[in-house]
Design a protein around this ligand. Structure first.
Ligand SMILES: Nc1ncnc2c1ncn2[C@@H]1O[C@H](COP(=O)(O)OP(=O)(O)OP(=O)(O)O)[C@@H](O)[C@H]1O
Length: 315
């Protein structure tokens, strides 16, 4: 649906974005994740055609952003980081204005706007001046604007910045529901947001992509072992030896005693080995009850920290 191929943007000879390529499939929610200044807004602005790329090509639904700007703009609804709203207009007046400039047919306008209002929950404030709305409601007006004309692609640049926790939950819920009908690109520096909402991640550092994959695959790639945290009752040396003898187990670390008569361990296994069932049987054989068994996969936060450090690596 959206495809970037070797795209760069230079300002005064300095790269803001360098040689990035990625694509999204129809109906996918893609998270574009990076720290402040990483190049997220620059990339969003190039996809929407607001600024041009210095090198590379961008297509939306097969149309080149530079060669077919009108076709591309017709297919994209964009919510910039700071939506440029007219504060002196009421919500209704503003959305009517947006319908005019997007050329929404008058005979379908009423049900279309009603549907959008109900989706973004704007019904109660439709007659109010935009300048008097809270930040959360202004954000909804921006989203409503992006949805006018029902574009297949929705681009959201840091859509939850400045919202309170309740509003954040609501906007995320809304973004998830958009994913059913639209292809969505969501830029964010908030890890939990991207993990919660997106199926695929592109992580950018200093203008360059350092990883792109599903969350599941990224987690697997960063970690070269599986970790299993255990609390087991019984003789700690015998238990440790027994776990270590299981096929695929590489190392067993003792973490000390947290409960009387038991010992905590961290077992490290090969990535493709799941030792939970054999472990259960082995411990049952030696009458050593397992009190706790927990897979300790890396969190997205761990991955993000590893990948976005200035000297960090790439995947
Ligand atoms: N018009 C411009 N002229 C010169 N440099 C620019 C311009 N726009 C962006 N940059 C630089 O490009 C880099 C990427 O900026 P960009 O705004 O895309 O980052 P971002 O990831 O969106 O960050 P933030 O979350 O803070 O908005 C930054 O170093 C920024 O200073």
């Amino acid at each position: 649906m959206i495809e970037l191929s070797h795209v760069s943007k230079r300002y005064q000879g300095k790269y803001a974005v360098r040689d990035i390529s990625f694509k999204t499939e129809e109906g996918e929610i893609l998270g574009f994740l990076g720290r402040n200044g990483a190049g997220k807004t620059t990339t969003m602005n190039m996809i929407t055609g607001y600024i041009s790329a210095s090198e590379g090509t961008i297509t939306v639904d097969g149309y080149d952003v530079l060669k077919n700007p009108l076709e591309v703009k017709q297919r994209i609804g964009y919510l910039p980081e700071q939506p440029p709203l007219y504060g002196e207009m009421t919500v209704d007046e503003y959305i009517r204005f947006v319908c005019d400039i997007k050329g929404v047919r008058r005979d379908v306008r009423k049900p279309h706007v009603e549907e959008i209002y109900s989706l973004v929950k704007l019904e109660d404030v439709s007659g109010r001046l935009i300048k008097n709305l809270s930040k959360g409601y202004k954000q909804r007006v921006g989203l409503a604007e992006a949805l006018v004309g029902n574009p297949p692609v929705i681009i959201l640049d840091e859509p939850t910045v400045g919202l309170d926790p309740m509003q954040i939950v609501e906007i995320r819920q809304l973004i998830k529901s958009l994913g059913r009908k639209h292809t969505v690109i969501l830029s964010s520096h908030i890890l939990s947001e991207v993990a919660d909402v997106c199926q695929k991640l592109v992580i950018i550092r200093q203008g360059e992509i350092v990883a792109q994959d599903t969350l599941e695959n990224l987690t697997q790639k960063v970690s070269d072992v599986n970790r299993l945290q255990l609390r087991i009752k019984g003789d700690k040396d015998a238990v440790r030896r027994k776990i270590l003898a299981l096929p695929g187990c590489k190392e067993v670390e003792e973490l000390g005693q947290q409960e009387p008569g038991s010992c905590d361990f961290m077992a490290y296994t090969d990535l493709d080995q799941d030792i939970r069932e054999p472990l259960f049987r082995a411990m049952a054989d030696m009458n050593a009850p397992i009190l706790t068994m927990r897979s300790m996969n890396l969190t997205l936060e761990d991955i993000f920290m590893q990948l976005t450090q200035e000297e960090g690596g790439s995947l």
